[in-house]
Design a protein around this ligand. Structure first.
Ligand SMILES: [Cu+2]
Length: 105
């Protein structure tokens, strides 16, 4: 019984890097690479700045609360964990045209 449990954990650990790669969004030409993304509650999404300018991602939740991820220089990556189920609006506070939504379910 215990051995089966450990085997299951190993499979889970092997599967994780592939999952993480799927949850990556890049910012290029002042545009998010996806307009919308569906994730599971608790998933972490990586946002890479592949642009030549600084961005500043802000995550807005359903109740008007916002998380400012701070200034993000070109070539850097920030990540955000979507803990609660819901629809989040992702914007860049420097470039108002940059928008996307993340749905956590
Ligand atoms: Cu920006």
């Amino acid at each position: 019984m215990k051995i089966k449990y450990i085997a299951a954990l190993s499979v889970l650990a092997l599967a994780m890097p592939a999952l993480a790669a799927d949850l990556a969004v890049s910012q290029s030409n002042q545009t998010f690479s996806s307009a919308s993304l569906s994730v599971h509650a608790g998933d972490k999404v990586e946002f890479k700045n592949a642009d030549t300018v600084t961005h500043n991602i802000t995550v807005k939740g359903g109740e008007g609360d916002a998380d400012d991820l701070g200034l993000q220089k070109p070539g850097t990556t920030v990540s955000y964990k979507f803990d609660a189920k819901g629809v989040y609006r992702i914007v860049c506070s420097i470039h108002p045209r940059m928008k996307m939504t993340v749905t956590a379910q």
